[in-house]
Design a protein around this ligand. Structure first.
Ligand code: TRP
Length: 338
């Protein structure tokens, strides 16, 4: 069976946290190890710059943090190509060609772009580069002829828009060059992991995240500060497990489901204290986080080597993207000189 091709990526705007781990990174490592895919993982620095043009240092710094997080969770450069978006010039030209077959009103209707424009409070000053990022994302995906794009649920509109561009391009130029991608949503319906404070979203701006780079002491302090059940005051009080962040995390991270069921029962009956259950959660989290942290600190000692991995991944990616660009140029007929 021919291998399928995966392309996915992240905007480097900060270090990655355990929400990224359960929501996507863990799944990427499994897909990579399955051997069924050619896997490309893109650090989308150029997309990150679309709303950070005045703070390039943040993106530059985050790029290496994200690369370290990838390597720490087990993304293996021998199995996956890790590439840096800004180092693949063909993506820009593909974007320009696609912009000619997409309308302004179609991008305006993209629900994710709409939501983000509101959230980011651009007002009347939406950067044009930000506005068109769905088209640049279509270039990312199609440059590698990816058929499988593992992403969060919020990226579905990007996939839809990419498929439309692929269909338009292939039909206008009457060639079967570009490939329609399918989204792959590993956590569909599961909701995301809540923040430490019980907020539905874990994020840097809410200051409620556990980072893959946090040391053991920091993780333990964060766990001890977690939101539980405000009505559970005395140890003997019966407690609630729904909406109790500690139990939500145990459901996600503890492989011993019987043990979790037993603890829930005890907590609901009364007699199980928050400190005790948090200590237990901390041990469970460490099972996942300790090996990640150790691998991360090894790579941190050789940042030059990490840049080398990104350089080699980008070189490999350039070969593939340049080939697609050549086919696109030939199809349009802008290949004047032999
Ligand atoms: N927009 C994606 C995000 O915010 C990041 C991204 C950029 C991406 N290019 C991509 C994801 C291509 C999948 C495929 O998470």
């Amino acid at each position: 069976m021919a291998k399928k091709t995966i392309l996915t990526g992240d905007r480097p705007t900060g270090k990655l946290h355990i929400g990224h781990y359960v929501g996507s990174l863990k799944n990427r490592v499994e897909l990579q190890n399955s051997g069924d895919y050619d896997t490309y993982i893109m650090i989308a620095d150029q997309q990150a710059l679309t709303d950070n043009a005045r703070d390039p240092e943040k993106i530059r710094h985050s790029l290496i943090q994200v690369a370290l997080d990838y390597l720490a969770v087990g993304i293996d450069p021998a199995k996956s190509t890790i590439l840096v978006q800004s180092q693949i010039p063909a993506l820009n030209e593909l974007t320009m060609h696609y912009l000619n077959i997409v309308t302004v009103s179609r991008i305006s209707r993209n629900p994710t772009v709409k939501t983000e424009i509101k959230q980011k409070k651009f007002g009347e000053s939406v950067p044009a580069g930000f506005f068109i990022y769905p088209v640049s994302q279509a270039a990312d995906i199609t440059a590698f002829k990816a058929d499988t794009v593992p992403v969060g649920d919020d990226q579905e509109p990007m996939l839809e828009q990419t498929r439309e561009i692929v269909r338009s391009f292939n039909s206008i130029y009457d060639k079967d060059i570009l490939v329609e991608p399918e989204g792959y949503f590993p956590t569909k319906g599961q909701g995301r992991i809540p923040g430490l404070d019980g907020n539905a979203k874990m994020s840097k701006s809410l200051n409620n995240a556990i980072y893959l780079s946090d040391d053991a002491d920091t993780v333990s302090k964060k766990v001890m500060s977690m939101y539980t059940d405000p009505e559970h005051i005395k140890v003997s009080d019966p407690g609630h497990v729904e909406g109790n962040t500690v139990f939500t995390y145990l459901d996600i991270f503890d492989p011993d489901k019987d043990q979790v069921a037993k603890l829930k029962e005890q907590y609901q009956a009364g007699g199980l204290g928050d400190v005790k259950i948090k200590r237990y959660l901390n041990e469970v989290l460490e099972e996942t986080l300790k090996p990640i942290r150790e691998r991360r600190s090894q790579y941190e000692q050789d940042i030059d080597y990490v840049y080398q991995i990104l350089k080699e991944g980008s070189e490999k990616a350039n070969i593939v993207a340049n080939q697609t660009l050549k086919e696109v140029r030939d199809a349009i007929g802008i290949n004047y000189f032999k």
